[in-house]
Design a protein around this ligand. Structure first.
Ligand SMILES: Cc1ncc(COP(=O)(O)O)c(C=O)c1O
Length: 452
């Protein structure tokens, strides 16, 4: 693999020769050697919904930057912020639609952190000052800052840091392929949701501020949707025990799963939603939380300013990028395309089950994943030190397809998966192109792993 050696810029891996990116358009990227790659995972991790090189976005950003870019946000508001907030409120799911307020920040980790801050501050203002725990789930990812890691249940990304934070309790994930309760849906009575009540009672509802979950688990379980009925039970338990429900839609929001919001598949309304990636599709770093009016109005009535904020929040250039991105998603019916082409993709992905090393395929809309097994009958994973998802991802990369390797489906310490999330503009013909590379890579993978 070609790369320009550089001893100064630190990138995540020491053992990977990063090719230099030259340009990107639609679902394709090219390196400086002229090699073409299909963006099969949405720009690494489920970001690039509208695709690359959409001229309208930089045009809107440039225009905004010419008028003004950075401004003293402690003293001024900006029209783009107000416009974006109205736009998001107008498409918010369920009872949040036009009954919510939007707070802008910069990254997904800051959005989940601010969601937790809002939950905490809301209860404090209401006099329930003990409520401070954010209950989470194992095999969940809510970001990489230290508090987000405490809510997250992705062992490989948290274990080293646990002495640095106060850990938050967790319930098992909704993960049918490796059900924690060794049950089968629907006969399972959705124990994975009902166990939330046990966790709340054990920690004491008076201590629990919120429960956080991804509607479709992204990097921790490679596109694993909760089963039908799951979030309805979660919502009901949260209501019964006065616990707020935070939907982490950093990956799923704005069409990725074939609905504008991931949680719409379950028809329930969260109290707070965190979103980021598809909000600007990587053209500029922007994230947000959307929360019920009542939460904000409680703070307002008490004269309690929201205790959160980063210097670069609500950048006018970022707001312009987000407005144009949402308009683009709407204008080009990308939510519908994600549903139609996503169904086609998931249908074709069933073909992978013919391989000895593939145990499961799953997903919703254009957020899809598959899981490797060393033994299909027992679902035994490969030894984690063999890093099989990385090995596979390198095979697809050589063949011009970017896939996202994930790990940790088995007790957080083993279990290799691949997350696929091509841009929502992808056509069925392009899915066929992706499938051809997946087949070719799997044949090479099996020859390497099991012998020819
Ligand atoms: C579900 C979820 N929440 C939060 C985050 C954190 O977002 P960021 O990487 O922008 O901080 C991610 C990132 O992958 C995510 O997938």
């Amino acid at each position: 693999m070609s790369s320009k050696p550089n001893e100064v810029a630190v990138q995540r891996r020491w053992d990977w020769h990063y090719p230099l990116i030259a340009r990107a358009e639609g679902i394709y990227l090219w390196d400086t050697e002229g090699k073409r790659y299909i963006d099969g995972s949405g720009g690494s991790s489920v970001v690039t919904s509208i695709g690359h090189g959409v001229k309208e976005i930089p045009a809107a950003m440039a225009k905004q930057a010419e008028d003004y870019s950075f401004y003293p946000a402690h003293a001024f508001s900006n029209p783009r912020l107000l416009e974006l907030a109205d736009l998001v409120a107008g498409i918010a799911p369920g009872e949040l639609r036009n009954h919510c307020k939007i707070w802008m920040t910069v990254t997904g980790s800051e959005a989940t952190d601010d969601a937790a801050r809002l939950a905490r501050q809301y209860w404090v203002v209401k006099g329930q000052t003990q409520k401070h725990i954010i209950l989470g789930r194992w095999q969940a990812f809510h970001g990489d800052n230290i508090f987000a890691v405490s809510m997250s249940g992705l062992t490989v990304r948290r274990r080293m840091f646990t002495p640095m934070f106060r850990d938050m309790p967790k319930i098992p994930p909704a993960f049918c392929y490796r059900c924690y309760f060794e049950k089968t849906y629907p006969g399972c009575n959705l124990l994975c949701a009902r166990v939330l009540e046990d966790a709340i009672c054990q920690s004491g509802a008076e201590n629990i501020a919120a429960f956080i979950a991804e509607p479709v688990v992204g990097s921790a379980l490679a596109a694993c949707p909760a089963p039908d009925g799951y979030f309805q039970i979660i919502r009901e338990i949260c209501d019964r025990y006065n616990v707020l429900f935070i939907a982490d839609e950093v990956m799923t929001a704005l069409g990725r799963t074939g609905k504008m919001w991931g949680i719409e598949h379950w028809g329930v309304t969260p109290d707070i939603i965190a979103l980021s990636k598809s909000l600007t599709c990587g053209y500029f770093p922007v994230a947000a939380i959307v929360a019920r009016n009542e939460l904000w109005e409680t703070l307002r009535a008490a004269g309690a300013h929201f205790r959160a904020g980063h210097t670069l929040n609500a950048s006018a250039v970022g707001m312009a990028a987000a407005i144009e991105t949402i308009r683009y998603i709407q204008k080009h019916n990308l939510v519908e395309n994600a549903r139609v082409v996503g169904d086609y993709f998931l249908g074709r992905l069933q073909e992978l089950l013919q391989y000895r090393c593939i145990g499961d395929v799953r997903g919703k809309g254009m957020m899809i994943g598959f899981e490797f097994v060393a033994d299909k009958a027992t679902k035994a994973p490969f030894p984690p030190e063999r890093e099989m998802s990385r090995v596979f991802s390198e095979l697809t990369f050589e063949r011009g397809l970017i896939t996202y390797p994930c790990a940790g489906t088995v007790r957080g310490v083993a279990g290799d998966t691949i997350l696929m999330a091509p841009p929502l503009i992808t056509t069925k013909a392009q899915i066929d192109e992706i499938m051809a590379i997946l087949h070719d890579s799997l044949r090479a993978f099996e020859a390497q792993v099991f012998g020819a």
